[in-house]
Design a protein around this ligand. Structure first.
Ligand SMILES: Cc1cc2nc3c(=O)[nH]c(=O)nc-3n(C[C@H](O)[C@H](O)[C@H](O)COP(=O)(O)O)c2cc1C
Length: 316
C-alpha cells in the first residue's frame, strides 16, 4: 500500500465517526488507491421510519463531510462527485483525494473536532448559545447549501415546535413497527458495534415541554434546561441530493459547534411523520424542507457511541 492509500484509510476511519440515525452507520466504502466510492447500505435502512432513505442519506452526507474535512488534515483535497449515477441513488459519491495545500487553522480545527464530537443526551447548562457560535453555525449550514433556523427560548413558536415533537412521538409510540425499529437499534447489547447502548440514551425529561426525545429504554428522569437553543436544518430540495446536502451541512454545523464546546442532541421523530413534518415547516414558515431538528448547548463531554470498523474493500 503506498502513502496515499494509508492516508485514505485513516481518513475513512475518521469519516466513520459521523452521526447516523440510531447509529445504523448505513455506509459502505470501496477504495482503490486514492479513489473512493461511498455507497448507502440499504440493508441498514430503517424500512418503516425512513422508507425513502432520507435519514440514511443524511447519515451518508455526514460521513462525506467528515471525509472531506479529515483529508485536509493530511494536506489532501477531496474532489467529490455527488450522486454521479442518476439510476443509482445508493451511489452517494465518488471521491478522489488529490494533493492540496497545507490546511489553514480553521480546517485544522474542524478536522480535530471530528474525534471530539459526540451526541449529548444529558441536561445542558441553562444558557443559550453565545452570538459568535450562532453566527458560525448559521454560516456552516449555508456553506453546504442548507439553512439553519434557530428557535430561541424567548420565541413563542418554540411551544408549537415542541407540541409537534410530542404529537409525532405519541403517534410513533402507538405504532408497533416504529417501536420494533427503535427496540432493534437502542439499548443494544454490550459489545455490539452499532445501535445505541442503554447508558447513552440519557434520561427522559421530567417535563413534557422539554425539547428532548423520549426513548422507550430511557432510564430515569431528569430536569432539563429551559434555555437551550433549538435549530432546524432545511434544504431547498427534498430529494436524494437535498438529503446528502443536509447531511454535509449537519456535520459542518456539529463540527463548528464542537470547536466552541457546544454539544447537540436530536429529536427527529417529528420529521419521520409526513404530517408533523409538514406542520413544522408551516409553523416556522420555512422556505425549504426541514431535515434535522437539534437542541444545542453546553454540557460535560459526552461518551462516544461504538462504531463498526469501516467496511472497507481496499483494492490494490
Ligand atoms: C438523520 C439522523 C437522525 C437522528 N435522530 C436522532 C434522534 O431522534 N434522537 C437522538 O437522540 N439521536 C438522533 N440522532 C443521533 C444518533 O443517534 C447518533 O449520531 C448515533 O447514535 C451515533 O452517536 P454519536 O453522534 O454520539 O457519534 C440522529 C442522527 C442522524 C444522522
Amino acid at each position: 500500500m503506498d502513502v496515499v492509500d494509508s492516508r485514505v484509510e485513516r481518513i475513512l476511519r475518521a469519516a466513520a465517526s459521523a452521526p447516523s440515525v440510531y447509529n445504523t452507520q448505513p455506509w459502505q466504502v470501496d477504495a482503490t488507491g486514492s479513489a473512493v466510492t461511498l455507497r448507502a447500505d440499504a440493508a441498514r435502512q430503517l424500512r418503516h421510519s425512513d422508507p425513502h432513505g432520507r435519514e440514511m442519506l443524511i447519515s451518508c452526507g455526514a460521513f462525506l463531510f467528515n471525509a472531506r474535512t479529515a483529508a485536509r488534515r493530511d494536506s489532501l483535497t477531496a474532489v467529490v462527485k455527488i450522486l454521479p449515477d442518476p439510476d443509482d441513488e445508493l451511489l452517494v459519491a465518488e471521491i478522489e483525494f488529490e494533493p492540496g495545500p497545507a490546511p489553514n487553522m480553521d480546517e485544522l480545527e474542524l478536522s480535530v473536532a471530528i474525534a471530539r464530537r459526540a451526541t449529548s443526551r444529558v441536561p445542558f447548562d441553562d444558557q443559550p448559545l453565545f452570538t459568535d457560535v450562532l453566527m458560525s453555525i448559521l454560516q456552516a449550514a449555508r456553506d453546504e447549501g442548507a439553512e439553519l433556523r434557530l428557535v430561541q427560548p424567548s420565541e413563542p413558536v418554540r411551544e408549537d415546535v415542541i407540541g409537534l415533537m410530542r404529537r409525532a412521538e405519541a403517534i410513533a409510540a402507538e405504532d408497533p413497527a416504529a417501536r420494533a425499529e427503535e427496540k432493534a437499534w437502542t439499548a443494544t447489547d454490550p459489545g455490539r458495534e452499532d445501535g445505541i447502548p442503554r447508558d447513552l440514551l440519557g434520561p427522559a425529561a421530567d417535563d413534557d415541554r422539554a425539547p428532548v426525545r423520549r426513548f422507550i429504554a430511557s432510564t430515569g428522569k431528569a430536569q432539563f434546561e429551559e434555555r437551550s437553543t433549538l435549530a432546524i436544518l432545511s434544504t431547498a430540495g427534498d430529494s436524494a441530493r437535498g438529503w446528502v446536502a443536509a447531511g454535509q451541512a449537519l456535520q459542518h454545523v456539529l463540527l463548528v459547534a464542537t470547536t466552541y464546546f457546544v454539544h447537540a442532541s436530536f429529536a427527529t421523530t417529528v420529521l419521520e411523520n409526513p404530517t408533523t413534518r409538514h406542520d413544522l415547516r408551516r409553523v416556522l414558515s420555512l422556505d425549504g424542507a426541514p431535515q434535522m431538528l437539534m437542541r444545542l448547548g453546553y454540557s460535560s463531554m459526552p461518551e462516544h457511541t461504538p462504531r463498526r470498523s469501516v467496511p472497507l474493500k481496499v483494492s490494490p
